[in-house]
Design a protein around this ligand. Structure first.
Ligand code: FEO
Length: 598
């Protein structure tokens, strides 16, 4: 086979192999690729597996057509590529072996010799001229062993990529590239995403027209497609929309739960549900799917106060390969002491950026109404985005979307001529930068609105994540018309140049603002202001509304109560119906900020 005018394919197909690397099913066999670059000097790129010595040497002799090779470039020392180095050296005694220092050490370990008298040791950035063709060596440690080098031929713009861009399957079988390349990648190279990313960065600086891997086909068209997939895989991104359910089942009850969940996921608009029985299906395929999709459900039984062995093996495969950036749901089954969910979660503890669903399904032997309801809840949770994406299932009037706007939380201070005042505000944003203008929206019911409208000045104190709930109670839940919010600090108040107070703690910055324009927004007034003074007091992060809700606001005491709870301050309204005009007596927010107690 000809790759370019000067580059010939001399590899072999292996259909006799049972398990690649002693563990991977390869129903369509395996290819061990090797190439020859014909120039003034001739370079052979890698050898092949030990079972194909003569076939490979024949292929090589045919391609050489009577000439002798000058170099054998050894990019990778795993035996599927290196097994015939000694045979090559014997057949071509004048040829030089070209490889990395680590590879020569491995040759000594494998063959008892490291070719001291006939070798060239190369490292990142080294080149070897063949005449027209210059080989540029690129270090690719851990893609897939530490000694690996890749080679770029700048004449034909070919990257010899070692195991990179390889796949399972012999070259005389037609099959989809991505499926078997993905299974190969996550099975064999998956742990080394960071190293693959490093090589991709180097590759981005090269003009590559053809990729010649050590397994799988030569890639010469639409290289962006392959590079993009490698980028997604090695950065642990989401390649396809959908959900994987990986399960084990002893007597079929967990399987029933999985089938029910799969049905519900499809009904909820999940574009692809990939179900895998870890005891019976191909483990490498299951691992590949776990990395391919963004969401996974693990379902298993409690077994010997642990989890079923195939699930343990599966999770070990994921953890070993740096599983991350996924949403994970758990289903556990146990007849007397279910422990599976806890065990699975603890096994995944070291994985980065996993989000566990709020719902965990607990099955006590067989499905019942309670566990079926949990499956419904899990399906709803996992399909929230799919439902909202589709016209048919989306709630297009879900005004809780407004809560997703990112807000900071601020104490706005002012002075009515008699005393200092402050209130909590979240509706502040910079609206222009030249000049710097800041818009501040304040409810007209608040005394501060009245004061600022008259005085035309305020200080915006940016709360940091250190601020405790007491700050919100002090400035948020009472009116400055009736109380002096600074009475406890009278002797230690700090003031900016405009004479207004700025907070001595719990803020990371403040700005003094002068009102330029006022916009009447019915319930609120918007002050458009210029900045007259600005100071930064700490590097602590700004308190956001989301942070406040999750970390600062005490959990409302709703246990055993029926009614509505204020999302701002946690006030509980007990009763069947919340009046539309209800105003929270604590924080003064309206009915829209209440939600039913569930
Ligand atoms: Fe194809 Fe890592 O050997």
């Amino acid at each position: 086979m000809t790759v370019t005018n000067d580059i010939k394919y001399v590899g072999v197909n292996d259909h006799a192999i049972d398990l690649f690397e002693g563990q991977y099913d390869v129903p369509n066999g395996m290819a061990y690729n090797s190439y020859v670059i014909m120039d003034e000097k001739i370079a052979v790129m890698d050898t092949v597996d030990k079972n194909f010595t003569h076939e490979w040497l024949d292929n090589l002799a045919n391609a050489l057509n009577g000439r002798k090779p000058d170099y054998l470039v050894v990019q990778h020392m795993e035996p599927d590529h290196s097994a015939n180095i000694v045979n090559f050296a014997k057949n071509y005694p004048d040829a030089t072996i070209v490889s990395s220092s680590k590879a020569f050490t491995m040759m000594k370990n494998f063959f008892g010799q490291e070719f001291e008298d006939r070798r060239i040791e190369v490292k990142e950035g080294d080149t070897l001229s063949l005449g027209k063709h210059t080989l540029n060596f690129v270090a690719a440690p851990m893609v897939h062993w530490p000694e690996v080098i890749m080679t770029y031929d700048s004449c034909d713009k070919v990257l010899f990529s070692a195991d990179g861009f390889g796949k399972f399957g012999a070259l005389d079988v037609e099959e989809d590239w991505a499926c078997e390349a993905r299974r190969y990648y996550f099975g064999i190279v998956g742990k080394y995403g960071a190293q693959v990313q490093a090589v991709l960065k180097k590759a981005a600086g090269l003009d590559i027209q053809i990729i010649c891997p050590l397994h799988g086909p030569v890639l010469s068209e639409n290289l962006g497609y392959y590079l993009n997939l490698y980028n997604i895989w090695s950065s642990y991104g989401v390649e396809s929309d959908g959900i994987v359910i990986a399960y084990t089942s002893v007597y079929g009850h967990t399987k029933k739960a999985v089938e029910l969940l799969a049905e519900k996921l499809k009904a909820n608009g999940c574009p692809k549900v990939a179900v895998t029985d870890l005891a019976r299906d191909d483990m490498a395929e299951a691992v590949e799917d776990a990395f391919r999709y963004g969401k996974i459900v693990l379902a298993t039984t409690t077994y010997n106060a642990e989890i079923f062995p195939f699930m343990r093996e599966f999770i070990n495969h994921l953890v070993e390969r740096g599983f991350k950036n996924k949403t994970v749901g758990l289903i556990e089954n146990g007849s007397w002491a279910p422990l599976a969910a806890k065990t699975m979660k603890s096994m995944l503890e070291g994985c980065k950026n996993l989000t566990f669903t709020d719902t965990t399904v607990k099955i006590l032997s067989a499905l019942n109404d309670e566990s079926k309801a949990q499956i419904d809840a899990l399906a709803d949770e996992l399909c929230m985005d799919y439902k909202a994406q589709r016209d048919e299932t989306a709630n297009k009037n879900d005004l809780t979307a407004l809560f997703k706007i990112g807000y900071g939380l601020y104490v706005v201070t002012s002075n009515d001529g008699k005393r200092d005042n402050g209130l909590i505000v979240n509706t502040i944003s910079q609206v222009t930068s030249s000049p710097n203008r800041v818009a501040v929206c304040i409810n007209k019911d608040n005394y501060s609105h009245h004061v600022i409208k008259q005085t035309g000045i305020m200080n915006v104190n940016c709360l940091s994540v250190e601020a405790p709930f007491s700050v919100f109670e002090c400035f948020g839940f009472r009116s400055g018309r009736n109380v002096d919010k600074f009475e406890n600090e009278k002797d230690s108040l700090l003031r900016s140049d405009n004479g207004l107070v700025f907070l001595s703690k719990y803020i990371n910055a403040f700005m003094s603002l002068k009102v330029e324009q006022y916009v009447d927004l019915d319930t609120h007034g918007m002050f458009i202001c210029t900045v007259t003074e600005a100071r930064v007091l700490s590097d602590k992060e700004t308190m956001t509304y989301t942070y406040y809700q999750s970390n600062v606001k005490p959990k409302p005491e709703t246990e055993g109560k029926k009614g509505y709870v204020c999302k701002v301050c946690g006030y509980v309204y007990e009763g069947d119906e919340l009046p539309e005009d209800f105003v929270c007596p604590l924080c003064k927010h309206g009915a829209a900020d209440f939600e039913p107690i569930s």
